[in-house]
Design a protein around this ligand. Structure first.
Ligand code: ZN
Length: 329
């Protein structure tokens, strides 16, 4: 009898030991897995100056789309995510300014689109309504090349000129915006990232070439949408990112654009000097404003068209209030 109780006691002790051992092993395994994941992440994010090219290109290719949306939006008011249709801004432009509109996606939203994607996406219906408004209000679309000729004093422009830019070369912008523009006898300037052409969600060279033959302007937005303000990049790397896009546009389209659009809107003296040395005429940021004669042609601002903004807000952002124009041009 005593022996039985002794055994039961020992077994009980044994079970406790097993439970403790299992818990210990599980805890250890969990910690090991966590450590492994952390090490993996650290490895992925580790950029050393020596191997920056390969790693950064990999990184860019993998995360570009997300970074594009995030970083470009952050340059605008951080309230975008909260405020999907920001209140009207009473903007009084000085006379003589030329609006340069900035779009990204033109089409429908993917499922589960976040606030940033929504902000970057103008539906085809809204884009069409905006072009209707511009046409009815007497705006005339011009290319960035014509804008340059005007700003540098080489030629004049028709009354109420406006530039339309579409960044990044998204497939939906070519598919949806080009027919709408053509129906309105309008031109727009598509800033393409040569390294992304033909990859998922981006237009193919065939689509871009067709748009070009239909009168659309194709402009340089770098080879890999790198952030030129990122200190991890060498000057040589930046130069290559511009040059690769130059030769791709030249080779695929015979295009010799002299217009650059800064990825993420990031600019600085070094990149401006590189562009000038490469023969570029002008470059656009994501700063808000109109283009004026006398501006630094390598820091030209634009007017972002927000995804969910109403037509009323679109008009007000252009300085058009009711039937009168408070900001005369
Ligand atoms: Zn971009």
């Amino acid at each position: 009898m005593l022996y039985y109780f002794q055994m039961k006691f020992l077994l009980k002790k044994y079970y406790i030991f097993i439970i403790v051992a299992v818990l210990f092993c599980a805890g250890f395994a969990a910690a090991a897995v966590k450590q492994h994941i952390r090490a993996g992440n650290l490895k992925e994010n580790a950029f050393s100056a020596q191997e920056q090219d390969r790693q950064i290109e990999e990184f860019q290719a993998k995360y570009e789309q997300k970074l594009t949306a995030k970083d470009e939006s952050q340059i605008q008011a951080s309230s975008i995510a909260k405020d999907e249709n920001p209140p009207y801004r009473r903007i009084y432009f000085k006379p003589g300014g030329i609006p340069v509109l900035m779009y990204h996606y033109v089409g429908s939203l993917p499922p589960n689109a976040d606030a940033i994607r929504k902000d970057l996406t103008v539906s085809a219906e809204n884009f069409s309504a905006q072009m209707d408004y511009l046409a009815q209000s007497g705006y005339r679309t011009i290319t960035t090349a014509r804008l340059y000729n005007y700003l540098s004093g080489k030629s004049n422009l028709p009354p109420k000129p406006i530039v339309i830019t579409l960044d990044d070369g998204h497939a939906d912008a070519f598919k949806n915006a080009v027919p709408i523009l053509l129906a309105h006898h309008m031109v727009a300037s598509f800033a393409v990232v040569s390294g992304f052409v033909g990859t998922s969600d981006y237009a193919t060279w065939q689509q871009i070439s067709r748009a070009q033959s239909e009168g659309m302007e194709i402009i340089n937005h770098s080879f890999n949408h790198m952030n030129f303000a990122d200190p991890r990049f060498t000057l040589q790397y930046k130069q290559d990112a511009i040059a690769k896009c130059v030769s791709a546009l030249q080779g695929e389209l015979g295009d010799n654009t002299k217009t650059f659009v800064y990825p993420y809107g990031s600019y600085g003296t070094d990149i401006e000097n590189l562009l000038k040395a490469d023969g570029f005429d002008m470059a656009f940021t994501t700063n808000f404003g109109e283009a004026y004669k006398g501006d630094n042609l390598f820091e030209l601002p634009r007017i972002r068209v927000h995804g969910l903004e109403t037509l009323e807000r679109f008009r007000e952002t252009l300085g058009d209030y009711g039937n009168s124009k408070l900001a005369s041009r």
